[in-house]
Design a protein around this ligand. Structure first.
Ligand code: ADP
Ligand code: MG
Length: 402
């Protein structure tokens, strides 16, 4: 079991919090969405209330081991100060003598943001020497960066061998808790709604879901490969031909496991993926040879909606169509409303799916929206995340000591 931040004494201690401040920036390096900053405010404020010294560390973009100003966390420091109503000190680096000096002069209640962890190649190499440097003067390591929990990087994994105490923050706790409530110990029926572009990227998740869910609903481009595997002509739709047999096997497996399996019955087809495209609605049996599937159709929305009716838990990843185009966003938007209207616990993951919830204006109606695309997917695949394993292992090694 992972230990959490509210289970240890943090009063006046020096805390190193690994966060994910890898925020989107525009060409003038203005933050276009600070969700990731807001997501860790509960943990930071909890530490400040305990009069702790707070050191924050994150990566931003891919400077690949080089100190490059365009990847500086300076915009993050400004936004964080605004969100905390408090001064945030920005360090010139994340390790080194100058940083050590600043750490030593920190007063209780100070917030220090270290510079980009990926200015050093040791971060992505999980280098123990780099991790030891990071942990200099640190009493407690706090991992609140769920979005990088699937990466065994130095600030996520190696540090747990050098910090005296290692715990998870509140964001991490929510992510793990809601995932547990959706996949490990769900109220049933548990229904998974899976869509998105590529079947290959979510094959592992589909396989694992078949072991857990009562119903599996597949839409988006992912459904195309299944439709073709069933012998339907899907025209020019995006299909992974190398996975046709796998798709067939998945359908068989679902039948064998008595998992109710749903595919679109009608679709919106287009002569190309473009906002000026010709479009029409057609049953999946009648897709014109030189057209492509761009969205699920209205009958499918009704069907999927009915399948969701009695759900007690819904896990959703992947949009139902090419929703970036208004003409192909209806299916996804309609499913956002359908899922939001249920009385189920609703858990959503995936960057594009998250965008869809916001576009539909229903974000607040979902029980939990994960902040980690890749990490969420790996949890769905049934994988153990290195970031969580590192915290568990630390707790195991120290089960008597603390
Ligand atoms: P997430 O980020 O939520 O995990 P994915 O990245 O797997 O989702 O998939 C999102 C992408 O899938 C979107 O860019 C969307 O345009 C695309 N997509 C969904 N359905 C289709 C389709 N029928 N044809 C082409 N692209 C599609
Ligand atoms: Mg995506």
């Amino acid at each position: 079991m992972v230990k959490f931040i509210d289970e240890v004494d943090i009063k006046g201690k020096t805390l190193f919090i690994r966060v994910d401040f890898n925020v989107p920036l525009d060409q003038n390096r203005n933050i276009t969405d600070d969700t990731r900053i807001r997501a860790v405010l509960p943990t930071i404020n909890f530490c400040l209330e305990a009069n702790a010294k707070v050191i924050l560390a994150s990566h931003l973009g891919r400077p690949n081991g080089n100190h490059m100003d365009e990847f500086s966390l300076a915009p993050v420091a400004r936004r964080l100060a605004y969100r905390l109503h408090k001064k945030v000190i920005l360090a010139p680096d994340c390790i080194g003598p100058e940083v050590d000096k600043i750490k030593k002069t920190m007063k209780k209640g100070d917030v220090l943001l270290l510079e980009n962890l990926r200015y050093h190649a040791g971060e992505q190499k999980n280098d123990p020497d780099f991790a030891r440097e990071l942990m200099k003067g640190v009493d407690i390591y706090v991992d609140d960066a769920f979005a990088v929990a699937h990466r065994a990087h130095a600030s996520v994994e190696a540090v747990t061998h050098f910090a005296p105490i290692c715990v998870a923050g509140f964001l991490m706790r929510d992510e793990v808790l809601y995932f547990h409530r959706s996949m490990e110990d769900p109220a049933r029926p548990l229904v998974a709604l899976i869509g998105g572009a590529k079947i290959s990227s979510k094959l592992g998740a589909l396989l694992n879901l078949l072991k857990k869910v009562d119903k599996l609903i597949v839409g988006g481009a992912m459904a195309n490969t299944f439709l073709k595997a069933m012998g339907l002509d899907v025209g020019k739709s995006l299909v992974d031909d190398s996975l046709l047999k796998t798709a067939k096997d998945l359908i068989k497996m679902a039948l064998k496991k008595k998992v109710k399996f749903y595919l679109p019955v009608d679709v919106v087809v287009a002569d190309r993926l473009d906002k000026r495209a010709e479009t029409k609605i057609t049953p999946v049996q009648e897709i014109p040879a030189d057209w492509m599937i761009a969205d699920i159709g209205p009958a499918t929305v009704t069907l999927f909606g009915e399948a969701l009716q009695n759900a007690k838990t819904i896990i959703w990843n992947g949009p139902m169509g090419a929703f970036e185009y208004d003409a192909f966003s209806r299916g996804t938007m309609a499913m956002v409303h359908k899922v939001a209207e249920t009385y189920a616990l609703t858990i959503v993951g995936g960057g594009d799916t998250d965008v869809a919830l916001h576009k539909a204006g229903e974000f607040q109606k979902f029980s939990y929206v994960s902040t980690g695309g890749g990490a969420f997917l790996e949890l769905m695949e049934g994988k153990k995340l290195p970031g969580i394993a590192a915290l568990e292992n630390w707790a195991k090694r120290n089960s008597n000591a603390h």
